[in-house]
Ligand binder design. Sequence first.
Ligand code: ADP
Length: 312
Amino acid sequence: MVTDPNDYTVEVNHISKGYKKQATKAVDDVSFKVNRGELFGLIGPDGAGKTTIFRILTTLLLADTGTARVDGFDVIKDYKKIRKKVGYMPGRFSLYQDLTVEENLRFFATVFHTSIEENYTLIRDIYQQIEPFKSRRAGALSGGMKQKLALSCALIHKPTVLFLDEPTTGVDPVSRKELWEMLKNLKSQGITIMVSTPYMDEANLCDRIALMINGRILEMATPENIARQFNKILWGVQSRNMPKLLQDLRNNGNVDTCFAFGDTHHATINNDLFTMEELESYLTLREHEGIIIRPIHAGIEDCFIELTLENR
Ligand code: ADP
């Protein structure tokens, strides 16, 4: 789909929000724009401020300062119009546990003065997967099935923009993959999607991402461009004793930072002249065996760690 780069579905301008009894702001002077038809990700750990932003954009919470527009409407003045336009899937499941699958869907359709039948095409691919269980109570569904039902309920009134707050948290890997496939399909139907996740690997599935921590956006670009901006020497290092390896790498003066990434440690090197052979000798002296050292390309998680350390 070709999108007009100046056609924004979401516009956030210098939004800040603090909660009572909290020393720091939950959202601190955040600005960003989401293009129509874009899949935009807010990526950050727990407490970064993602939910607060979603709640402000879905008109459930008022910001202290700043302005925001959704689909051209102001979140304060035009909140009623926005509520008709957006689909919102909150982090914790929004379903009525005692109602059946079908009753939940019918309830959400009725609230928005529509019917399942009227907008069935939009949810067909997702809903068909849970339709065989339509008489089951929502509370008795698996995590993945609940997520599909919640997504169907968020879509049943044909929103122009969809807000999904951590839709894959606590969901099994297969359902996670399926969800991202569903989002791709919805995007191809022209729906703008804002999604949040603490999982860095999911960042690569978004058109653009904002990396958030402590209420602030540290970086915003396409995942490729964020990874490209990483400008340090980065090596992947393995040996048979990975816990000791982490300590030994951190104790080397040429190693700036070192973190465990699955079965490899990622080390940034602060000395251009330091070679992999020198590091290997250093590790051999410390009784490491099966040493593998190779230069690697930074991923989103490497960038996130660097940005977090820089902004401490
Ligand atoms: P995220 O969705 O990224 O986990 P949140 O927006 O939920 O982040 O939270 C941001 C910060 O605001 C956290 O420090 C959290 O503890 C705090 N916070 C969120 N909601 C409330 C609330 N209702 N009352 C007080 N503090 C809150």
